[in-house]
Design a protein around this ligand. Structure first.
Ligand code: ADP
Length: 166
């Protein structure tokens, strides 16, 4: 069975992420979307919330599983008997960082391949942080987020704005 892991912060999952997940699900028997714990980032949604939002938006994809991991991706892949890491590439700026990560992951686990899927043109400039910033300034983000998570996103952003104003 060919298993791939798609790692990221997914804070929150965007239409750009979902597009990569749907395309990867056509290429592999199973895709594990893995929310990675990153101590440097202060997330908008907790780990459990991000997992639950991902589960909701991938409910139509029977071969997609959602998980979370706090350690090394290369170790996680080994545990899951998975030999491919999926990454989405938006622009040249993603490439530098991802190329380095791919080298490191292969060094840590020589059986691991990184597979890069290019972003769909309409999502090339889309990132979770850009969506959060747009949200905070009151922009309409409905073109960027799956409809199933819009209510939660707007509610969370509203709390942040109220907090700032208080
Ligand atoms: P971000 O916070 O930048 O949105 P994540 O850590 O959640 O990033 O991203 C996980 C993976 O998804 C990375 O491989 C990233 O390059 C990819 N990705 C993020 N946004 C998009 C997009 N709009 N189109 C394609 N791939 C994307």
């Amino acid at each position: 069975m060919k298993i791939a892991v798609y790692p990221g912060s997914f804070d929150p999952v965007t239409n750009g992420h979902l597009n990569i997940i749907e395309r990867a699900a056509r290429l592999f028997d199973e895709v594990i979307v893995c929310v990675m714990v990153n101590c440097e980032k202060k997330p908008l949604f907790t780990l459990e919330e991000r997992k639950s939002l991902l589960k909701r938006v991938t409910a139509h994809l029977p071969n997609v599983k959602v998980d979370a991991h706090a350690g090394l991706l290369a170790e996680y892949a080994k545990e899951q008997q998975c030999c491919t890491i999926i990454k989405g590439l938006r622009a040249g700026s993603d490439f530098e960082k991802e190329f380095q990560m791919a080298m490191i992951n292969r060094k840590l686990n020589p059986n691991l391949e990184s597979l890069f899927l290019t972003a769909e043109h309409q999502y090339m400039y889309l990132s979770s942080s850009a969506v959060k910033e747009m949200g905070v300034y009151g922009a309409d983000v409905s073109d960027f987020l799956p409809p199933e998570i819009l209510v939660e996103f707007r509610e969370r952003i509203r709390n942040i704005r109220n907090h700032k104003e208080a």
